[in-house]
Design a protein around this ligand. Structure first.
Ligand SMILES: [Zn+2]
Length: 434
């Protein structure tokens, strides 16, 4: 099929599906149907899952990034080996391409926050379907309006890349590894109406005053922090919306009411409990549509806070109040007492509303470091550490130290983690019983 037609077909199908799903029961029925088909396919065609064919889903193994990488060769239905895939991926990276080809397959890598790369393989048909689906969720007027989409990212994500620059859609790619300023001329000339970039890059574009007029702004790659959203909205008059996406798939999207909804029409999302935080969960995702590379019961490293209410937009897809950050960035105040990154963020920003940026790190047992930028007001350290102390003590923390430092230096291409735990052996949530 011609790529433009394939994308348009996928787009229309996705709009249709989203319109048809009215209730949670509709979503569940769709998931059950798709899951049965997926398990049939995987049990018959994906070597890793052949021993599990016919078993109840609850007995299929839980996957994570390390396991998926170790078994890459057995997790796709085309017999692509890890060696082949790495060869293609490394060659394309050395040529600064976003992705490489192996026949009709696209091979790509993703950067991990802790440095370990993920490897993915996707067929041509899946790529067009993915693109159609992302357009259907983000740009409902796409078939009627010509969009010019500027995508900034640090490492290539072949999913976005399509050689087809149709009349309806033009893509411009800007490699963050070359910084922001180098892209000014090209991006201003491209004049995008849609902008997709990590929050930190969006903020840099706004602060460096790029003369563009985006109508839609999407933040992807990391959690969108209000600290970064505010200057973007201020400069361009458009609030950035979050795309919740990982190598593992397109997981969610902010609706018009500002809530992230999980893409449960394509994904089955199981909930692993987080010890000590019963209202949160770690998602274990099953991509119900992908076939070439299986994404079955894949445990992500994120913590989500689901909304107990149905969103005002009317969508039956689960709304997420917040993506709280990564499991290994849970801060341990004292033994067994943990705080979510988001709780720390809120306290810091409440204590000093003039802060434009900060870093808070756990650097050891009961040892923490607060880092502010050079231009933060002088008394900020005192205010913020005072508030953090009070928070920690309220949760039973004793004998801890909070150092302070000035200066935040990070490459724009790096992953942004304002709150992180540097010490090894971060607490991990309980493993769900299977
Ligand atoms: Zn909504």
């Amino acid at each position: 099929m011609n790529p433009a037609l394939a994308i348009l077909t996928a787009y229309v199908a996705k709009r249709w599906t989203l319109a048809k799903l009215r209730t949670v029961q509709d979503v569940k029925a769709r998931q059950d149907k798709l899951l049965a088909r997926l398990l049939d396919h995987a049990g018959a065609n994906i070597p890793f899952y052949k021993p599990h064919a016919g078993k109840h889903f609850a007995y299929w193994p839980i996957m994570d990034k390390a396991l998926a990488l170790a078994h890459f060769s057995e997790l796709n239905d085309r017999g692509v080996t890890a060696e082949q895939a790495w060869q293609v991926a490394e060659k394309s990276l050395s040529e600064s391409n976003h992705s490489g080809r192996l026949g009709d397959l696209t091979i790509g890598t993703s950067s991990g926050t802790s440095g370990n790369r993920g490897l993915f393989v996707i067929s041509e048909a899946e790529r067009y379907e993915w693109l159609g689906s992302i357009l259907a969720r983000t740009l409902p007027d796409f078939p009627f309006i010509r969009h010019r989409v500027a995508v900034m990212m640090a490492t290539g994500n072949a999913l976005y890349e399509t050689t087809e620059q149709s009349r309806r859609l033009a893509f411009g790619f800007y490699d963050l590894r070359h910084g922001i300023a180098t892209h000014r001329e090209a991006m201003e000339a491209f004049a995008p109406d849609v902008l997709v970039a990590p929050p930190k890059a969006l903020r840099a574009l706004a602060e460096q005053n790029f003369r563009i007029k985006p109508v839609h702004i999407f933040a992807g790659g990391e959690v969108l922090d209000p600290l970064d959203a505010v200057p973007v909205t201020g400069r361009y008059g458009v609030a950035p919306r979050s795309i919740y996406q990982a190598t593992e798939g397109f997981l969610g999207m902010t609706c018009r009411c500002g809530m992230i909804h999980l893409n449960e029409d394509d994904m089955l999302i199981e909930r692993e409990p987080v010890e000590g935080h019963p209202d949160r969960f770690v998602p274990i995702i099953t991509d119900l549509r992908r076939r070439t590379q299986a994404m079955i019961r894949y445990r992500l490293n994120d913590i989500l806070l689901p909304s107990p209410y149905r969103c005002a937009c009317g969508s039956p897809l689960q709304a997420i109040e917040r993506i709280e950050g990564r499991c290994d960035d849970i801060i341990e105040v004292s033994e067994g007492v943990t705080l979510m990154p988001d709780a720390i963020r809120a306290v810091i920003l409440d204590a000093e509303r003039r802060l434009e940026d900060f870093r808070f790190e756990q650097i050891g047992d009961r040892r923490f470091r607060l880092r502010l930028s050079y231009d933060a007001p002088e008394e900020s350290e005192e205010k913020v550490t005072g508030a953090l102390r009070a928070l920690f003590e309220r949760h039973g923390g004793t004998g801890f130290t909070i150092q302070t430092a000035r200066g935040i230096h990070e490459p724009i291409a790096g992953k942004l983690r304002r709150i992180r735990r540097i010490t090894p052996g971060a607490p991990t949530p309980q493993t769900a019983a299977t």
